[in-house]
Ligand binder design. Structure first.
Ligand code: MN
Length: 235
């Protein structure tokens, strides 16, 4: 059961996250890529790549860096269903991953290795991203296993190419690519904890918004089950 771990960790009567249908193979030639910024117990960026009908997932505490010299820790997490890519909203406090989730980037990815299964097994996956924020060539490398560490961390590293650079995208482009909202605005719209969500947003931008409320995204009416879907029209 490919999504067994994902489903065991969650109570679908309580959380608005999708249950996930059985994975389908070969849905098209483009593989999906998404990053969800997640203010849970600690802020992190969930980096997900479609493979064999599920989203292979890593939690990146500091988020991706465009600087090839920066190696960003990426902790492997359970495979997520494809439907999860459209999830932006609030997971109730006390539930697994409780907190605010934003779709920070999305697009497609292309393997830069001949055999992805083999690359995942060996722990060195090279790929190209075509997202709205992240582009170009990247690598995920698994670190050496230490002692009885069952799931060694990986590192997410930008390759040197035209898309590499010194810009801090987490700081400069902190908004959702589907709704334009900050974490605090998602929490406001979906009945989450705004104060907690806001500490995942850049403080200089929050200060500017307080000084000029026109910068605040207008409130949306909360939807059923407190979830906002990227494919739903907002009235
Ligand atoms: Mn997460």
């Amino acid at each position: 059961m490919p999504l067994g771990t994902y489903q065991r960790k969650r109570r679908f009567g309580v959380t608005p996250e999708p249950r996930g249908k059985p994975p389908k193979r070969g849905r098209g030639k483009h593989l999906a890529y998404v990053i969800q910024k997640h203010r849970a117990t600690a802020l992190h960026y969930d980096f997900r790549l479609e493979w064999r009908g599920v989203m292979k997932s890593w939690a990146v505490p500091k988020g991706p860096s465009l600087n090839p010299a920066a190696k960003r820790l990426a902790m492997p997490t359970e495979d997520h269903p494809m439907e999860y890519n459209a999830f932006e909203g609030v997971i109730p406090e006390g539930e697994y991953g409780g907190g605010t989730v934003m779709i920070w980037d999305r697009g497609t990815w292309t393997p830069e290795v001949p055999d992805v299964d083999e690359a995942l097994r060996r722990g060195e996956l090279k790929f190209r991203l075509d997202g709205e924020k992240l582009r170009g060539s990247w690598v995920l490398v698994r670190m050496e296993r230490k002692g009885d560490d069952a799931r060694p961390p990986w590192l997410l590293i930008k390759h040197r190419d035209a898309d590499a650079g010194k810009r801090d995208l987490a700081e400069e482009e902190p908004r959702s690519v589907v709704s334009g909202r900050l974490l605090v605005e998602i929490a406001r719209d979906e009945g989450g904890n705004m104060e907690r969500a806001a500490d995942g947003d850049p403080p200089p931008l929050l200060r500017k918004m307080l000084a000029n409320p026109k910068l605040i995204t207008p409130a949306r009416r909360a939807h059923k089950k407190s979830v906002w879907h990227s494919n739903r029209r907002v009235s």
